[in-house]
Design a protein around this ligand. Sequence first.
Ligand code: MN
Length: 128
Amino acid sequence: MTDEIGSQKTILIIEDNPANLELFKALLAPAGHTIVDAPTGKDGIDRATQALPNLILLDIGLPDMSGLNVAKTLKEKDETRHIPIVALSAHAMPGDAEKAIGAGCNGYITKPIDTRAFLKTVVSFITN
Ligand code: MN
């Protein structure tokens, strides 16, 4: 798992809901990961390009643009296309996971999150 020394990663959380952001930070903090956050799609793309995180957690419902377009943009950029993206969506509509994967996301989590499943998914993307 991720609690061995030297396994800490940088995780970018693109999320506009402060309560969700705090929850995700609280869940990821015990493992010692460096958390970078952004409240909008534009900020998220900038942060991803600057920080080159090991994983991006991407809210689909952002104030300035769809998370799907954030994913597409990041997957079109040479600097960021290799970074795994896990979509976070409150819209549990049939086909939403497929849309996220189609936009370039590598995984999909439905909100409200199941904390155990959330951590399991995160670990699966940052464990080499
Ligand atoms: Mn949102």
